[in-house]
Design a protein. Structure first.
Length: 153
């Protein structure tokens, strides 16, 4: 599993992503669209998949930021995973994130395919690893990921 992050998660990026993700400024996905599209072309995977939100988080935000990134980049995302209810990753310590148990389960067919996961932030990598594990257990040949930003922590 490899991840490519487009930007460093600094104070300015934190404010921008918070506005996009938590305040519903969906149009901010346009800022990242070209870079995501270029990185996705380089990754050359069969399928593109958003990292899903838990149902309660989706109801709270009213959109999935990963799906918005895929849509605005002009990519075709496939619903391959679903997410169980769990505590917010942003409220967990590094140790708690790394020790997280499986919260994703497959809902689509990725058997024998290479899959590209798209998400907003890579902090410890726990979310991406858990999603990739679920896809691989369901038969995905390989999994790569692109995140908008990567935290130094």
């Amino acid at each position: 599993m490899t991840n490519a992050s487009l930007y460093h998660y600094n104070d300015a990026m934190q404010a921008l992503i918070a506005r996009f993700k938590y305040r519903g400024d969906y149009a901010l996905a346009d800022i990242f669209a070209q870079d995501i599209r270029t990185a996705a072309q380089k990754a050359a995977c069969d399928l593109v998949c958003a990292v899903p939100l838990a149902p309660s988080r989706l109801a709270e935000r009213r959109f999935n930021q990963s799906e918005a990134l895929i849509e605005r980049a002009g990519l075709t995302g496939m619903p391959l995973l679903a997410r169980k209810e769990s505590d917010k990753q942003s409220k967990k310590s590094r140790k708690e994130r790394v020790g997280s148990r499986q919260t994703f389960y497959p809902i689509g067919d990725a058997a024998g395919k290479s899959v590209l996961l798209i998400d907003d932030i890579y902090t410890t990598g726990a979310t991406i690893r858990l999603a990739a594990d679920a896809l691989e257990e369901a038969g995905a040949h390989s999994v790569k990921s692109i995140t908008v930003a990567r935290s130094g922590s």
